[in-house]
Design a protein around this ligand. Structure first.
Ligand code: PLP
Length: 422
């Protein structure tokens, strides 16, 4: 039967496009309310949000302080664009605060609306950098197998999850990209040699791979990447869209692993999702070119109406205070210990092949004959939102305000669900 002979299914007008529609239409849950680490569906179910949405709801849901920050700002000024001559005071203030937090010394801060935006900007800027430096052949952007960097044109093109690249007719939407190994630093070295450092603009890496299955870096791997980049004059872009602002118990994973990137992308955790916001920290070796006092100083043509959106920036400023006031970074460090102990108990189950974690993000990999999808479905019925990832892995990344007991209940529910399916 041809594809056209199948009936077209109905459904809500909202096309949640990141899904196989026939598989999800009957199972979609509509969230209408949140409270701390819990969300509530329109059908009245209360669910523990063990993924913090898409790794974003770090301070928990529906906090009045952040709603007030948005309300106050909107009454004063919703936003004003920042296209050069004009700025808005909130974006200026936030960038100053962020520059103080950045692991890159003396950075410039580019603001936009999310993680995919940030990746597009960082990759574009890497290519622009080498054009200006008079090395136009340095144009290839390297990324890692299993990587996820959002789904704009660059994110799609550098995706290490092949299904996110497929179906657009060319190997990559944006030309000149290549993948390197996620586990084996010698293999990375070989790929870089094959392509040639004269052809490579930058290497993009999540310090801890998230959507690819929660893969913390093997010992020595990140140090190896740093060395390869330094030796080959390759810009190192660390994608901290998940790890930024505390998920590893450090403000940035860059600090946890002692890295020295040239750019860092961030999003989610800067506002815990209370407003769409993302951005890039840029090192002086890149931004200084654009700030020289000369008529022929180049321009980085990059911007968007909502870049540095004043209300989003006001929310981010209040949110950064909240992280501090609630002492959430040290709290994540405590939770990491509890989580690791709980994961160790999961590993005693034969159906669980491996658990991987760093900070408050974990992946639980199941034996091939079990289905992560089926178990996450069962967990929803039991009141827990988890998420299947690549490699038959289940994602756990609860909000930072989770209690020790909630973490234990979550892992207990998971244990029971896995045993029931075995
Ligand atoms: N980079 C990483 C590492 C991510 O995990 C994500 C989203 O999950 C993105 C980029 C894209 O961010 P956004 O969905 O805000 O566009």
């Amino acid at each position: 039967m041809t594809q056209n002979a199948h009936p077209v299914l109905a459904g809500p007008a909202l096309w949640s496009a990141q899904a196989h529609m026939p598989s999800v239409l009957e199972r979609q849950l509509v969230i209408e309310r949140g409270e701390g680490s819990y969300v509530f569906t329109t059908a009245g179910q209360r669910l523990f949000d063990a993924t913090a949405g898409l790794w974003h709801a770090n301070v928990g849901h529906a906090r009045p302080e952040l709603a007030e920050a948005a309300h106050e700002q909107m009454l004063r000024l919703e936003t004003y664009h920042i296209f050069g001559r004009y700025l808005n005071d909130r974006a200026v203030e936030l960038a100053e605060v962020l520059a103080g937090l950045s692991p890159i010394a003396d950075p410039k801060v580019i603001l936009n609306s999310g993680g995919s935006d940030a990746i597009d900007v960082a990759c574009k800027l890497a290519r622009r950098h080498w054009q200006i430096e008079g090395k136009p052949s340095k144009s290839t952007i390297l990324s890692r197998e299993f990587a996820y960097h959002g789904l704009h044109a660059y994110g799609t093109s550098i995706a290490g999850l092949q299904f996110n690249r497929d179906g657009y007719g060319t190997e990559s939407l944006v030309p000149e990209t290549a993948r390197v190994s996620t586990y084996d630093i010698d293999a990375v070295r070989r790929t870089v040699e094959e392509i040639g450092v004269d052809n490579i603009a930058a290497l993009v890496a999540e310090p801890i791979q998230g959507t690819g299955g929660v893969i913390p870096p093997p010992v020595g791997y990140l140090e190896g990447l740093q060395e390869i980049c330094q030796n080959g004059d390759i810009l190192l872009i660390l994608d901290e869209v998940i790890t930024g602002f505390g998920r590893t118990g450090h403000m940035f994973a860059t600090e946890r692993y002692g890295m020295q990137p040239d750019m860092i992308t961030f999003a989610k955790g800067i506002t815990s999702g209370y407003a769409p916001l993302g951005g890039v920290f840029v090192a002086p070796r890149i931004w200084e070119r654009f700030y020289r006092d000369s008529d022929d100083t180049p321009i980085f043509r990059q911007g968007a109406t909502y870049a540095g959106h004043a209300t989003a920036c006001a929310v981010a400023l209040r949110h950064l205070d909240l992280l501090e006031d609630l002492k959430l970074l040290p709290r994540v460090q405590e939770l990491e210990v509890v989580l690791q102990a709980e994961l160790a108990s999961l590993e005693e189950i034969e159906a669980i092949v491996e658990t991987r974690s760093a900070g408050l993000m974990a992946g639980v990999a199941l034996r091939d004959d079990l289905s992560a999808e089926a178990i996450t479905d069962a967990l929803v019925s039991d009141g827990f939102i988890t998420r299947p990832l690549r490699g038959n892995t289940i994602q756990l990344s609860p909000p930072f305000i989770t209690t020790d007991d909630e973490l234990r209940e979550l892992v207990g529910a998971m244990k029971a669900a896995v045993l029931a399916h075995d």
